[in-house]
Ligand binder design. Sequence first.
Ligand code: ZN
Length: 440
Amino acid sequence: MASRNPPFRAEHLGSLLRPAELLKTRGAFEAGKASAADLKAEEDKAVREIVNTQVELGYRAVSDGEYRRGVFWGTFFQTLEGMTEVQNPPLDIFRKYVPDVAGFLEKGGPGQSCLCTGKIRHTGKSSLVDEWLYTNSLLPADRRGEAKLTMISPVWYHLRYSEGKAYPPDVYGSEEEYFADIAKAYSTELGILYDAGVRNVQIDDPLFACHVLEFVIVVIGHGGCFRRRPRRQPRTMTACNRPVAPADSADFCSEKMIEGWDQDPTNSRTLDELLDLYIKCYNDSIAAHKDKMHFGLHICRGNFRGSRHFSEGGYDRIAIKLFQQLHVSTYYLEYDTPRAGGFAPLQHVPKDKNVILGVITSKFPNMEDKEEMRKRVYEAAEVMAKGTGQSREQALERIGVSPQCGFASHEEGNAIKYPDMINKLKLVREIADEIWPGQP
Ligand SMILES: [Zn+2]
């Protein structure tokens, strides 16, 4: 049996639209016109309101909307010893064919990145725990401990850099050594979070899908294709927020990435071997805590280029790695348009794992047809049932619903208004209530 609560039947991915006042105060703070205390007061107020909103809407895995972060990846890496935030890094250290890199190169560069410059070590002080503690303190007494914390993937600052550029060669002799220290630091962070009461962690990895060759991801955005500064970005450049997943962005990942990888003479591994290394880093990072905390992985992708892709052997092989070798309990997956269809890979999700189906889009205000979404959930359940020899009802016990991504992976937020976001969250809750009446 897959463990439940978390995940819950109705979930969202963590980031929520910020109120205008908060954005204004953050802007003023960065311009030196507001104090840190002013900003904190505004954040506290906004978090209180968004926590209450989520509770009222019937959500249990409540987040702080990522309101204290400028971008979804937060501050984990930036606060590690040996990791340095660099402004305007030289462009020749990047793998130009990696989707988010290609995205930010179009804009002249990343503006800012985070790079290993020395031996990586956790300082013993968490930059995330206070976010969670405050959120948790706002929950009704009988729900304390349920708040969800989103964390950046442990492998986030690797793929973008050319081989040998992610760390200084005199610090680490191999990628294995580098990842071992990252995993150690990640585990230390999780230990601090666990001691503070955190039991539900969602790891965000918008680039993971790059390895899934037939996955077609909306790469421009969730992460790195906007500059950190200047702060005010055009809406179209915000994370996971492109109004449309254009057909060519589909090719971007699957074809240009693979082609680029194969043609890059500095790569000593295949993409597939790199995926193994990443999975090991993930598993090492959570090994000490996976039996006492709930871990979910959110990966992003856009539209599939037709369901025919699912039938290709290569995809199945990777689905097996993703669902069976990675030691997380839950997958938060994008399935927000009919074209994203193709639940076939879900047949590889083992009996003890959950899938949260992101059937509602957070990109557009248009409301999905509830009945159609219910049908999609049942369709996914059929596939998962078939794969494990369960009944559809048994498979449904391992499923929940959510928007396909956050509403504001970057503080600017998606091209969707606050009331639209509320409507979407209501819709997710209603679908969950109809499929699983009375369940959180
Ligand atoms: Zn996402």
